[in-house]
Design a protein around this ligand. Structure first.
Ligand code: ZN
Length: 165
């Protein structure tokens, strides 16, 4: 059975193939867009000292944690989810919802906390989400989320820290 999400994704990929074929050819994946600059910067060596290997792989190398592995999936207390790289508050607990995907999911970030890039890796076109302060990769945003935004920020739990209210 073809799900609504697969149809939506197919439409996005088709549109992107037609519209931005050239961009796809130029895209090299990996690091965030080279043109962007961030308030918090460290060398790869410094980041490796600041982060766990799992955090480094996701935040700095755009890896994806295995689904259903983050303890934050089951975090239902009131509080704030902050960047594991620089502690910037990223998501409020009242925007978190259970998407069933196995990754912590939110329908909106805190105002101005994240930025996005178009990600053409793995033959898909997705909107990559990263911390606006340190550029750390967080996850992706999709347009199949709940009201009021209709957006689903699918975030690696390892890229987040939870601060209870
Ligand atoms: Zn950050």
């Amino acid at each position: 059975m073809v799900t609504r999400r697969e149809i939506a994704l197919g439409a996005i990929v088709l549109a992107a193939t037609i519209g931005t074929g050239l961009d796809a050819l130029r895209w090299r994946g990996g690091a965030n867009a080279a043109a962007e600059t961030f308030e918090v910067t460290h060398t790869p060596e410094e980041w490796r000292k600041l982060l766990t290997p799992e955090q480094y792989a996701v935040l700095r190398e755009q890896d994806t944690e295995r689904p259903f592995t983050s303890p934050l999936n089951k975090e239902h207390r009131k509080g704030t989810f902050t960047c594991a790289g620089c502690d910037l508050p990223l998501f409020a607990s009242d925007t978190k919802f259970d998407s069933g995907t196995g990754w912590p999911s939110f329908y909106a970030p805190i105002d101005g906390a994240v930025k996005t890039n178009t990600d053409h890796t793995f033959g898909m076109v997705r909107e990559e989400v990263h911390c606006r302060r340190c550029g750390g990769h967080l996850g992706h945003v999709f347009d199949d989320g709940p009201k009021p935004t209709g957006l689903r920020y699918c975030i690696n739990g390892v890229a987040l820290k939870f601060v209870p209210a």
